[in-house]
Design a protein. Structure first.
Length: 156
């Protein structure tokens, strides 16, 4: 079907059908261009990888923190944690000889399942340390010093 008079869509020009935002192919216009662009579906985050001193120890912390398990074939050199539930990225942990030398440029923000203070206490018992407390979140380090935050939960 053609667009309203005076309006051309990429599908009108190319004779292809546009598919929605999660479809296999999407045809759109690039700003300032008369040439349509065709893009495939966007990538998804499959896994998050950590370089660390002890893969098994760090994987154990994150598995317990997120309510899942460490893969049975994990070793201190390489460990895998499958995401709890559906849709989250999996986590890989690989031992490397060099230590972390700077602050994380990326970190996790965890949402507490209940009250933030309770979740922070649970994570401390697993080996995390509190760096700084704020009204809406707490900044913590995992056992190898990787920064993450715990946000308020529904009980707060």
């Amino acid at each position: 079907m053609a667009a309203a008079a005076g309006t051309l869509r990429p599908a009108d020009i190319l004779g292809q059908r546009e598919v929605g935002p999660r479809g296999r192919r999407e045809i759109g216009w690039q700003a300032g261009s008369l040439t349509p662009t065709v893009t495939a579906m966007a990538a998804v985050i499959k896994s998050v990888s950590f370089d660390c001193a002890d893969a098994l120890t760090l994987a154990g912390f994150w598995a317990a923190a997120l309510g899942t398990d460490v893969d049975e074939d994990a070793t201190p050199e390489r460990a895998y944690v499958e995401a709890a539930g559906w849709g989250g990225p999996n986590m890989w942990f690989t031992a490397v000889p060099e230590p972390r030398t700077a602050k994380n440029r990326m970190h996790f923000d965890l949402r507490s399942p209940a009250a933030m203070a309770e979740e922070v206490a649970r994570l401390e018992a697993l080996g995390a340390t509190v760096i700084q407390r704020f009204d809406g979140h707490t900044v913590m380090n995992d056992p190898e010093g990787n920064v993450f935050c715990v946000e308020l939960g529904p009980a707060d």
